[in-house]
Design a protein around this ligand. Structure first.
Ligand code: XBP
Ligand code: MG
Length: 274
């Protein structure tokens, strides 16, 4: 007797399910600086560079470490970062409640399609549980996701594969085909580091990089006219719409180490011209 294999889809949150960085987290960080009486402010270009450091508290610590003059002199970088991050989280939770952090176009469609197909869905994010849980529940529904691995649960944030390895431990992965949906290079490194085939749904905030480890890369879920497929060596998404069927096929195809068609030139994608 053969056991029917299930599909488990691990969703990243920031930049993947929600539009949260430049007009969400960045503004909350700046508000936290202001409330603490600090002059630090992150413009969009500065924040784009800082996205290479995942996890809000770590991002703050990296900022203060690179420019010690901007830190309150009596506080250690770590203490100051933690304190600011607590305030930033409070501010961001209010933003989520007020509707300032929307779904990414097409995310609700894909999540609903996958849920209807019987796939198991879970969250694997570097963001804090205090806002992730209420926001994901509000936008995508109660019980849509079987579990959520957040930045609070891991010692090492992305690009470490720790969150994905922890997520794999939560499922019966002997019986499940798994796939991750990510938007960033640290996210892609994390999921691929856990040997999980990954769909990269890049966006304007995704740093250019070598995405050859993705099974498929698009500039959106395919719901917006500007969305395009930018890397699809196996011809998985000919229509340009990321459907439940495409995602399930990526899961069934397996990780890059199991695929045969990923050799050859791999583009470094310039998002401005993709
Ligand atoms: C997202 C992050 C998060 C947010 C900030 O990375 O790094 O830290 O930017 O959220 P990914 P917190 O999408 O790869 O998980 O301040 O709650 O950490
Ligand atoms: Mg992300």
């Amino acid at each position: 007797m053969t056991t029917r294999r299930t599909t488990t889809v691990f969703f990243d949150v920031d930049g993947t399910l929600v539009e949260s960085e430049q007009h969400g987290h960045r503004l909350a960080f700046n508000d936290a600086f202001a409330r603490a009486g600090l002059d630090d402010r992150w413009d969009e270009a500065t924040y784009a560079d800082l996205l290479a450091v995942t996890g809000g508290a770590r991002r703050l610590a990296a900022w203060f470490a690179q420019d010690p003059s901007s830190a309150v002199s009596t506080a250690s970088v770590a203490d100051l970062s933690r304190r600011l991050h607590r305030e930033k989280t409070r501010i961001f939770i209010e933003m989520c409640h007020s509707g300032a952090v929307p779904e990414r176009a097409g995310a609700q469609r894909l999540v609903a399609e996958l849920a209807a197909s019987g796939a198991q869905l879970a969250i694997t994010t570097t963001g804090s549980r205090a806002w992730v849980e209420p926001l994901v529940t509000k936008l995508f529904g109660v019980d849509t996701f079987a579990f959520m691995i957040t930045g609070d649960d891991v010692l090492n944030t992305k690009p470490s594969p720790e969150a994905y390895l922890m997520a794999l431990d939560r499922i019966d992965h002997e019986c499940a085909d798994v796939v991750a949906i990510e938007d960033s290079m640290p996210g892609l490194k994390a999921s691929v580091g856990a040997n999980i085939p990954t769909v990269l749904v890049a966006n304007a905030e995704t740093a250019p990089g070598d995405w050859s480890n993705a099974a498929l890369a698009l500039t959106g879920f395919g719901d917006l006219p500007a969305d395009t497929v930018v890397f699809d060596p196996s011809g998985l998404c000919p229509d340009g719409l990321l459907t439940a069927s495409v995602v399930t096929t990526v899961a069934r195809t397996g990780p890059a180490s199991d695929r045969s068609s990923t050799t050859g030139d791999t583009p470094i994608i310039d998002m401005e011209h993709a």
